[in-house]
Design a protein around this ligand. Structure first.
Ligand code: SF4
Length: 328
């Protein structure tokens, strides 16, 4: 039995990496329990990268391939591009009439990001950036979604979405919008191979389409116990990035590796090769599905077109109700 309706989206800002797998694996599971709508939210990408759109289409394509390769199934869940569904923009505009400015200004990420990106010389003090939590709310409410899978850091966005739904329903004496519930997902924050946040811009990520050679090259960049010079030195796996990864991706060997490292019975080169092998084994089916879709551009277009058709049907029903409630 279907438990409810979910909208979830991602900004197409680059190729997805293994750090995204916990979110995506959760989506794959949710497809069997909820009516899911998955949007590649390209308008959101413009809120911080409005001046650099050269790679946008390529990023959209890569994101679609990544989603399909991990098992998001377009037969179960419509996959679409946000900008193909104009109802998102219409609802965003209409909600902008009723949301007090102070609600947007107090969203924690607003000031944080302005400061953070400002220190990198980027000015995002735009109308679009201030309004991005409202666009997010419109993305969710236009499907009348009652559930949104999120990590802890996104809870303020769900809170504001609930407040907007409540305000709209109250102002127009309606119950069009459910107040969506956050469905907290266990999202593991996997560090990049150099220990910093995993990001394409740091070149410390292992993207989902990596070949065995790419993986080995990235694993070789990982810092190990600095006190270990030769194989027979007793190691401390707790200070080693390879061990952090083995602990997630090589559970069948982790105990033996830990013991051997502490006893000086395994070399770091061998240890890294083992990690690279287990990461490769994990990515083989993902890579194979990716290759399948990569060779079928027509199928990719059909998937987005079919997803947009289904999304438009649902969102137009919502907008018909919204327009009637607002007498427009
Ligand atoms: Fe890290 Fe493995 Fe070397 Fe131990 S043997 S320090 S766990 S790479």
């Amino acid at each position: 039995m279907i438990k409810g309706t979910i909208f979830s989206g991602m900004r197409p800002t680059g190729r997805l990496h293994i750090g995204h797998l916990s979110v995506l694996d959760n989506w794959v599971k949710l497809q069997d329990e909820y009516r899911c709508f998955f949007g590649i939210v390209d308008w959101h990408a413009l809120t911080t990268s409005f001046d650099n759109t050269e790679e946008l289409q390529q990023n959209i394509q890569q994101m679609l391939l990544d989603w399909l390769s991990v098992g998001i199934d377009p037969e179960k869940s419509p996959i679409f591009l946000q900008s193909h569904i104009k109802q998102h923009a219409e609802l965003h505009l209409l909600l902008s009439m009723i949301i007090p400015l102070s609600w947007l200004e107090r969203v924690p990420t607003f000031k944080d990001q302005i400061q953070q990106l400002g220190s990198q010389g980027k000015d995002i003090s735009t109308y679009g950036f201030l309004g991005y939590p409202l666009l997010m709310a419109a993305d969710i409410l236009v499907y009348r979604a009652d559930t949104v899978p999120v990590g802890e850091d996104q809870i303020p966005h769900i809170e504001i979405t609930r407040e907007i739904a409540r305000r709209f329903n109250h102002l127009y004496n309606t119950d069009i919008f459910p107040e969506p519930q956050a469905k907290l997902a266990k999202i593991s924050m996997l560090p990049g191979v150099d220990g910093r946040k995993m990001s394409k811009s740091y070149n410390n990520d292992i993207h989902l389409g990596s070949t065995a050679e790419d993986i080995l090259a990235k694993v070789q960049m990982m810092v190990t116990d600095p006190k270990r010079i030769k194989k027979t030195d007793l190691g401390n796996p707790e200070v080693c990035m390879v061990h952090t990864y083995q602990n997630i991706y090589n559970l069948t060997q982790i105990e033996e590796i830990r013991t051997s490292c502490k006893a000086g019975q395994i070399g770091c080169v061998d240890c890294k090769k083992r990690l690279a092998r287990s990461l490769d084994e994990m990515l083989v089916p993902i890579r194979e599905r990716r290759e399948y879709y990569l060779g079928r551009p027509e199928l990719l277009r059909e998937i987005l077109a079919q997803g947009a058709k289904e999304a438009r049907e649902v969102t137009e029903q919502t907008m018909t109700l919204v327009r009637a409630a607002m007498n427009i």
